[in-house]
Ligand binder design. Structure first.
Ligand SMILES: Nc1ncnc2c1ncn2[C@@H]1O[C@H](COP(=O)(O)OP(=O)(O)O)[C@@H](O)[C@H]1O
Ligand SMILES: [Mg+2]
Length: 203
């Protein structure tokens, strides 16, 4: 499967264009890195790829077809700040099961403890919450993961553990990953190829 962005252009307002004719291609057996300056529009592009922003120029396709907006969106975005994506009034088992009910061995791979399931989001650390947001995104219908600075706020040990688990799962389930980071060293270790945002954005 191929996820393609074709000539994406976008602005939040008339004052400033953020994206101009951005194109990229990601196969489901690839991990592609995306690196670029803060404020340059990487997260905006991630939201477009994952269907969170819908009014833009150009098109996003999977295997040449527009992505249907009904049912489950096959391109899942994981954010830097997991707490912002969770309902504070839901316990963690509801947060997770809203997407799906992952098998125990997958929960174990991500180091997700059963005792966390009955807690509220504000009773877990950032690293613990991020394990939930990753697992939530790994619904069996997911074909591509857009990982937007997902390990930026984690300590080095947690960062390695989470990336290993995510990459192993995606490799064995043929899920492509776009890994956005300002950490070039990290992307060099993880990725098959690295795109420079300034080079793909034609402003
Ligand atoms: N909802 C929004 N409304 C207006 N401007 C926004 C909005 N979200 C982001 N921006 C602006 O768009 C630019 C690109 O932001 P972003 O895509 O988050 O960049 P990056 O992820 O590369 O740091 C920034 O100048 C940011 O302030
Ligand atoms: Mg960003």
């Amino acid at each position: 499967m191929d996820l393609k962005a074709n000539n994406i252009s976008f602005s939040y307002n008339k004052k400033r264009q953020i994206l101009k004719d951005v194109s990229l291609s990601l196969n489901s057996n690839q991990i592609i890195g995306l690196i670029g300056d803060s404020g340059s529009g990487k997260s905006t592009l991630c939201k477009i790829l994952s269907g969170h922003i819908t009014h833009y120029g150009g098109e996003v396709t999977i295997d040449g077809k527009k992505i249907p907006d009904k049912d489950f969106y096959p391109v899942q975005l994981i954010f830097q700040h997991p707490e912002k994506t969770m309902n504070p009034k839901w316990k963690m088992n509801k947060v997770l099961n809203e997407s799906w009910n992952p098998p125990k061995d997958l929960k174990d791979t991500f180091g997700l403890k059963d005792s966390w399931l009955t807690r509220w989001p504000n009773e877990l650390s950032g690293g613990e919450l991020q394990r939930f947001s990753i697992l939530r995104a790994l619904n069996p219908k997911t074909r591509f993961i857009i990982a937007d600075e997902i390990s930026t706020m984690l300590d080095a040990v947690t960062q390695v553990q989470i990336w290993e688990a995510l990459i192993n799962h995606c490799k064995s389930n043929n899920i492509g990953i776009l890994a956005v980071s300002h950490d070039e060293e990290l992307l060099n270790v993880l990725c098959d190829d690295i795109l420079l945002f300034n080079e793909i954005n034609n402003l």
